[in-house]
Ligand binder design. Structure first.
Ligand code: ATP
Length: 253
């Protein structure tokens, strides 16, 4: 099956946005940014986004607000970037990192020197001043097999709060066991990552990251105790149930 180029998709197609995003993922695969399994991961995400009506739910908005407050309270926030994130939201990740003064670190399941360089270039072209995760001798996160255990000394290793979009369950668990707060973006409210993370934003990356940057800008005017209140009032388990409910209700429409 051949994939369509984004310019071939008619704007009145009912799945226009989704197909445009799919075309970008395919282009990223061809450019060596994404591993083949990244295409499959994207397909799983599309299925859940279909059920979510391809829009940000009130539950996701609540998780985004809490994530913004948590990132603003962090001492060393880090954004962990994989192939799918680099394919879909490189500029948006760089803007978020600048807004938060957060570090950006590449971490890949299927790590090759070529893919690391391709992702570093995408991020630098999008305006990143510094991209961690490329060094020869990193530190390691306990409880994980290489290469996912890699942790830059100035990045993941000393992070207190991490944004890890599209993470897998093992790494999310290991990061939490190593004392970090983990914020993930995952369209599947039933994934191990979604259930393990401190805060799960059940939304598409392409919508969630710009919304998160907007929330950081809005909340940065608030005092520390207001931010702490927002964090304290959030319950990830019940937020996941709310996200799942939106999907189940779509089956009755
Ligand atoms: P886990 O180990 O957490 O159970 P998994 O094995 O289901 O994860 P992976 O293949 O590691 O999943 O990662 C893909 C995850 O990312 C899926 O849960 C999928 O729904 C989600 N996903 C894919 N594309 C997007 C996207 N654009 N935005 C948000 N989430 C996405």
């Amino acid at each position: 099956m051949s994939s369509k180029n984004s310019q071939d998709i008619p704007p009145d197609h009912p799945r226009y946005e989704s197909l445009k995003v799919r075309a970008r993922v395919v282009d990223a695969y061809k450019a060596g940014i994404l591993a083949d399994s990244g295409l499959i991961a994207h397909g799983r995400g599309e299925a859940f986004d279909y059920l979510a009506g391809e829009k940000t739910s009130p539950a996701a908005e609540k998780a985004i607000e809490t994530a913004a407050a948590t990132l603003l309270l962090a001492e060393n926030p880090v954004i962990s970037v994989n192939g799918n994130t680099a394919a879909l939201v490189p500029g948006e990740v760089v803007s978020l990192a600048h807004t938060l003064n957060a570090k950006i670190e590449i971490n890949l399941f299927y790590r090759t020197p070529e893919r690391v360089s391709a992702i570093e270039k995408v991020l630098k072209d999008a305006g990143a001043r510094e991209v961690l995760g490329t060094e020869e001798n990193p530190e390691h996160i306990e409880g994980l097999a290489s290469p996912r255990s890699r942790a830059s000394k100035e990045g993941v290793y000393k992070a207190d709060v991490m944004l890890v979009p599209l993470e897998d369950g093992d790494r999310a668990e290991a990061l939490i066991s190593n004392g970090k707060k983990v914020i993930t973006v995952d369209l599947n409210p039933l994934s191990r990552t979604a259930k393990t993370a401190t805060i799960t934003i059940v939304d598409n990356l392409v919508r969630a990251i710009p919304l998160l940057t907007g929330e950081v800008e809005r909340l940065r005017k608030m005092d520390k105790s207001t931010l702490q209140h927002i964090v304290h009032d959030f319950d990830n388990h019940s937020n996941l149930q709310d996200s799942l409910r939106v999907m189940l209700e779509s089956l009755h429409e």
